[in-house]
Design a protein around this ligand. Sequence first.
Ligand code: LMR
Length: 394
Amino acid sequence: MFSNLKQQPADKILALIQAFREDPRENKIDLGVGVYKNAQGQTPIMRAVKAAERKLWEEETTKTYVTLAGDAAFSDTMISLVLGDAVARDRVAAVATPGGTGAVRQAFELVQMANPDARVFVSDPTWPNHLSILKHLGIETVTYRYFDTETCGVDFGAMMADLDQVKAGDLVLLHGCCHNPTGANLNLMQWQQVVDLLNAKGAVPMIDIAYQGFGDGLDKDAAATRLVAANCPEALIAASCSKNFGIYRERTGLLMAVAQEKGLHGVMQGNLAYLSRQNYSFPPDHGGKLVSIVLSDDVLRADWQVELEEVRQGMLALREQLADELRRLSGSDRFGFLAQHRGMFSRLGASPDKVERLRAEHGIYMVGDSRMNIAGLNSRTVPVLAQAIIDVGI
Ligand code: LMR
């Protein structure tokens, strides 16, 4: 039986982790996988998370099962972090999931159950694993244009022209903030136009929000998601706690299904619990507990926000520094977009062979589509990267 198996293509982002580890050069720079690193190159446990862990260790008395939907305190605190008061709580069904990826997968499965003919529209480009999961599930995928390679901003006209093709019952996947891989984002007026278009067509939006707090701040980064939840009759939202709580390996995410129609809540909640049971029974609980402890304790929450804000400001400063350095070296403003982009990533707009030259000649690792993780830099390596970008002729 197993001889029928074919080798699966390596995940391009995860393959970089291994390649970087194996590179013996001491001055190598890792701008690959989307993991936050401080100026010392470490991914620290956030202070409030560590304190919550201590508290949990002291106070937790059992490890018995929770529920198929996970801990209600986790859902409640996360729903208010992501959605604020944009939508009444009894319109939101929610399940804890193994990471944001688990939420994405479960969302697609829910859509497949609700409408087997649904097509899923995804931005070109999007996070490669979106495409991979959709392919694995056998769901038809349609791409909509998103990134303008000339300006390295959003090509909103092209995006709207492509989204005009959506039909009732299709799903449109949008990145709530900090678009991965490009770093280019819509403004709120553009979001409103997307909402109006989807509502006119009867298509359902799905928001993947994995970087809340990494762009313009916790509330501003959630503004588009809230706009969608408040104004669309139905929406799916996949939230990740990996990055903003720094709990990557705890696999902590939440899938929210929003319907304005009264009475759907119980059915949606039941379907989400059913899918948990089919996939893994109970979602992991430890990370969710840490999140709910942090979010419901005023002191811990304030400290978490301070630390998250330092992370955000640090990435913004690196963006500014890189844009300035490239302005100086290139004598032009063609890299100014780096300071405009938001979140962990920016797509440089370089060809794969230039990306390969950065790796081979300079030991700088970024994803082949020229996505780089800004948090992989520090003030000392920014000038090194800038010089390498110029040297390889980007
Ligand atoms: C990324 O895009 O680098 C992260 O979301 C990590 C991953 O799982 O791909």
